[in-house]
Design a protein around this ligand. Sequence first.
Ligand code: HEC
Ligand SMILES: [Cu+2]
Length: 313
Amino acid sequence: MNWLRDLLLPAQGSAYAGEIDKLFLFITLLSAFFFLLIAALTGWFVWRYRRARVAAPSSTVTHSLALELTWTLIPLAIVTGIFFWSFNQYVAASVAPGDAMEIQVTAKKWLWTFEYPNGTRTINEIHIPLGKPVKFVMSSEDVIHSFYVPSMRLKQDVLPNRYTELWFTPTAAGMHTLLCAEYCGRSHSDMLGRIWVDNDAAYQKWLEEGDESTRSMPLKELGKMIYESRGCSTCHSIDGSRGQGPSFTGVFGHEIKLADGKTVQGDANYIRESILQPQAKIVAGYEGIMPTFQGLLREREIVALIEFIKSLK
Ligand code: HEC
Ligand SMILES: [Cu+2]
């Protein structure tokens, strides 16, 4: 049946795709069988009992208990079988194993945002390790979207004000297409994502160095992107205005007054330390509320942030 599966369905990318496909093919073939049987019988009866051949129908026929039991009990057994078969799969697909890596997914018009346990955030693109279970915890910032990955046999609505979940174990390395399957407005069709399933080495490389696109991005630009995407912008302005933290315009090349009365030179080392150990030196007039980004930023991202702050005069 593999040729039929390949004809009807995309290549299998997750551990339970095989089970789902078996059920799908069974129902498809069963429907085809009954369609052909009923259509053939109908045709044959039309021909066999045509008016020219049969006199007026006899009125003595009432019903046949045997026939009625047959066409009730056989379909009942079949659909009951399908119910338990699919319910079993539904339960398996609903409950994620405890060691699954959890990724937060946020849908909004018109993109997907992913957030890893270590705080890494990506847009429309994620990398996951081959053969390890992953769990997506999903919600929407606006309307209803639907997370749909045909090759993984995954589809789940993503709703505002509620979390929905999905889990699977990727079994095919390479790129898998993610779509939004719930019409959500003008640019619905732009909600295309890529799920990269990496082997261990490629996944480690991605964790350390990031995407192809960010790897080749100039440092200053990357720094600006991280400033916006990793939340620095909620506390630090770049126009000189005071927020919860000092503006980034007055840092690089400036003498900075600290809360303990000392001053330090605003150079690359100071910025680096401020990001990784924010409590080490507290700027005068501010509270030490900045969270540490130790372990949350890649080496190149820290350098990029320094370059970005340097570029602000
Ligand atoms: C919750 C708010 C908050 C966030 C988010 C935050 N910071 Fe800070 N940051 C502060 C505060 C408050 C200070 C000043 C107190 C201190 O020195 O710890 C500060 C200080 C700094 C300083 C020293 C500034 C100076 O004028 O001497 C740097 C550099 C810095 N943050 C970088 C970052 C970067 C880069 C990010 C994002 C990756 C970030 N911060 C995210 C609140 C925040
Ligand atoms: Cu959508």
